[in-house]
Design a protein around this ligand. Structure first.
Ligand SMILES: Nc1nc2c(ncn2[C@@H]2O[C@H](COP(=O)(O)OP(=O)(O)OP(=O)(O)O)[C@@H](O)[C@H]2O)c(=O)[nH]1
Ligand SMILES: [Mg+2]
Length: 221
């Protein structure tokens, strides 16, 4: 599943690099550029997101679609060309080897292209991950990553619990995974500079700190 909003450049790279064994679902969040045309050219299934605007709605639409299929594993990556789809196979192998239900790809522990992640982003992601992980007495380094792999059981368990509309979706997935008692592991992944323009604007980044406090407290009750 590739949640996408105006990523005509990035989606092309993502779909070109996608391992052949993976069927691709592009969840379009109201794109006004050529993202949909490019995705269809590469034979991806394209669906429009339901419920409203925001990445959270996009991810939840993709999960709902996945549950209507018979597939066993759901992978998720960003459509901006920063995530290498080849890493997903490594994440699926790690999920099998460690009998986990959820795998997240850590860009902090993996090799990053120079300039792909600013110091502020590295620092803030690390702090958010440290605090949310500590809440469950675990150590994670990149809870806000765009790389995820879920077992079918994980999607069945998480989908009804998720309420996030926007970029807080990854934090909600993380805390909901532990609240539901699903086994979650982290593996290092490569990260490159994104193509196109960011959708995660500065004010949304600050707002995510508020959400972090909400998710930290929510899981106590
Ligand atoms: N379906 C859908 N996808 C979205 C929406 N907003 C963002 N996305 C996608 O979510 C992914 C992550 O967004 P980015 O802008 O890359 O955010 P980020 O990865 O946190 O930040 P940078 O890569 O540093 O810009 C990208 O593939 C976006 O196109 C949305 O409202 N709906
Ligand atoms: Mg990105």
């Amino acid at each position: 599943m590739v949640p996408t909003l105006n990523e005509e450049e990035g989606i092309q790279k993502v779909l070109q690099d996608m391992p052949e064994d993976l069927a691709v679902l592009v969840v379009n969040g109201g794109t006004t550029d050529k993202t949909v045309e490019v995705a269809k050219h590469y034979r991806a299934i394209v669906i429009g997101q339901k419920f409203g605007r925001g990445k959270g709605y996009g991810v939840r639409t993709g999960m709902e679609f996945f549950l209507s299929t018979k597939n066993d594993v759901l992978c998720m990556i960003d459509g901006d060309g920063s995530n290498d789809p080849g890493e997903l196979l490594k994440m699926i192998e790690a999920m099998d080897a460690e009998k986990a239900e959820v795998v997240l790809g850590s860009r902090i522990r993996g090799k990053r292209e120079k300039g792909a992640m600013g110091l502020f982003t590295i620092f803030s992601n690390f702090i958010v991950s440290l605090l949310l992980g500590l809440r469950f007495l675990r150590f994670f380094t990149d809870v806000q990553t765009g790389y995820w792999v879920f077992s079918r059981k994980a999607v069945e368990t998480l989908y009804p619990r998720l309420k996030a509309k926007g970029f807080e979706i990854e934090m909600e997935i993380f805390v909901s995974t532990f609240d539901a008692g699903l086994k979650c592991i982290e593996v290092p992944v490569r990260y490159k500079k994104r193509l196109g323009e960011t959708k995660f604007r500065l004010f949304l980044r600050f707002r995510n700190f508020g959400y972090m406090i909400y998710y930290l407290l929510r899981s106590f009750f």
